[in-house]
Design a protein around this ligand. Structure first.
Ligand SMILES: Cc1cc2nc3c(=O)[nH]c(=O)nc-3n(C[C@H](O)[C@H](O)[C@H](O)COP(=O)(O)OP(=O)(O)OC[C@H]3O[C@@H](n4cnc5c(N)ncnc54)[C@H](O)[C@@H]3O)c2cc1C
Length: 385
């Protein structure tokens, strides 16, 4: 049966979290974060709040001591948290340590060395895939890992790596056979940041405040046991969790659009020009109506993709659809919200300019919109006509 409403327990979760965000986060959202990090004390304060709401370790499976929420429930949480800029854009960490799903596939020594310390909050990891000449097309990466006895020797440069300086190890993608590219040529390694030959290069300043790093790998010797899964299977391993990541993008974007609509509507009702509130003008009403309709379409896309994945389906195209449509829609929403506010939107008194900058960046990072459309187009050409 198709259902367009959330189950009762998720409605309660949403309402409780909304109350927390409105009371404890939004009033402090211009104070809690400096650039890409929490100011002292704020992470702990929000973590306490998440614990009280029962959301601590929500995305860690139950067998590892977490809440093991399904994707639909997590989407509800991401949407509510997406309504505020009280969190750093790319590393929130308030619902527990950030555990990349690939780590759950580890066994034995690797599990002891990497997964368990991350779950305890003792170690942090970054994800190193992008390179100066390979972003949207990671299969063309030049970083190579060459087998040498019981080790791999890795050489190359990674660019734009979030959190590299505060990480203990990286989840590194490298070419083990450049001639095969995405079809069996890319492998995934766990590399300690203090391995000889690993060096942080340039740090980039971005308009969002994020400051990702360049990582240089110069003859880095990594034990062959640090290869995750089989050689050449790096991309297919990642596919399992990338779908959920795209739904997360969509869910967060729905929160951005919802807040944009709230701010735009309430401002339009109180701002009087030429003797009448902006909300009385058809030119403004139609903008609000479009924002509302697009928001509701996006919400349904997120719930659908999340529900399908929860039912065990791959929902690959639906997840691409989420990332593309919702990130683009949320940028239109915050941009319209900015326009309706006029000059005050451009000041740092309101959260709008920061939300705008963050949302603009999501049309490029973690899968640019054009790449999403290309995959969706491939599906359309195959399935229709
Ligand atoms: C703040 C920030 C944090 C980041 N964090 C990380 C991280 O932690 N780890 C990591 O590995 N990477 C990270 N990245 C990298 C990010 O994911 C890439 O920037 C992104 O994938 C785009 O790659 P690119 O910049 O090389 O653009 P390019 O791939 O050069 O693309 C440029 C433009 O061309 C478009 N385009 C590309 N191919 C086509 C095509 N075939 N048809 C039409 N249009 C096309 C793209 O959509 C884009 O608009 C981060 C980047 C930033 C800015």
């Amino acid at each position: 049966m198709v259902s367009f409403v959330l189950p009762e327990e998720l409605r309660m979760l949403k309402d409780n979290l909304r109350r927390y965000v409105d009371a404890e986060m939004i009033p402090h959202e211009r104070d809690s974060v400096a650039e890409d990090e929490f100011r002292p004390g704020w992470r702990e304060r929000f973590q306490e709040g998440m614990k009280k709401l029962g959301l601590w370790m929500m995305d860690v499976p139950e067998e590892h001591g977490g809440g093991g929420l399904d994707l639909l429930a997590k989407s509800v949480v991401w949407t509510e948290l997406g309504r505020t800029i009280a969190l750093p854009a790319r590393e929130d960490l308030i619902t527990g340590p950030s555990v990349r799903s690939i780590l759950y596939s580890l066994e034995g020594e690797l599990k002891e060395k990497y997964l368990l310390p991350v779950l305890r909050g003792d170690k942090r990891a970054c994800f190193a895939q992008t390179e100066p000449d390979a972003g949207s097309d990671p299969a063309s990466m030049r970083t190579t890992a060459v087998r040498d006895g019981n080790h791999y020797v890795i050489n190359g440069t990674k660019r734009f790596i979030t959190g590299a300086a505060r990480s203990d190890f990286m989840q590194l993608m490298a070419a083990t056979d450049r001639s095969k590219g995405s079809r069996g040529g890319i492998s995934c390694f766990l590399v300690d940041m203090d391995t000889p030959g690993v060096r942080l290069g340039a740090q980039y300043q971005t308009m969002m405040g994020d400051k990702p790093w360049e990582i240089v790998l110069d003859n880095v010797r990594v034990p062959a046991t640090n290869l995750v899964g089989e050689e050449g299977k790096g991309f297919s391993l990642a596919q399992k969790w990338l779908g959920a990541g795209r739904v997360k993008h969509g869910a967060r974007a729905v929160g951005v659009a919802e807040r944009s609509l709230e701010m735009a509507t309430s401002y339009a009702k109180q701002r009087v020009t030429f003797g009448r509130p902006l909300a009385d003008r058809q030119g403004i009403q139609w903008k609000l109506a479009d924002m509302y309709m697009e928001l509701e379409v996006a919400r349904m896309l997120v719930w659908r993709a999340a529900s399908l994945i929860d039912q065990g389906e791959e929902a690959r195209v639906e997840a691409y659809h989420c990332k593309y449509y919702c990130d683009e829609m949320a940028f239109r929403a915050i941009d319209t919200c900015m326009q309706i506010h006029g000059g005050i939107a451009l000041t740092t008194d309101l959260p709008i300019e920061r939300m705008w900058r963050q949302q603009r960046s999501y049309r490029i990072t973690e899968g640019a919109s054009e790449v999403m459309r290309t995959v969706i187009a491939r599906h359309v050409v195959k399935a229709y006509g």
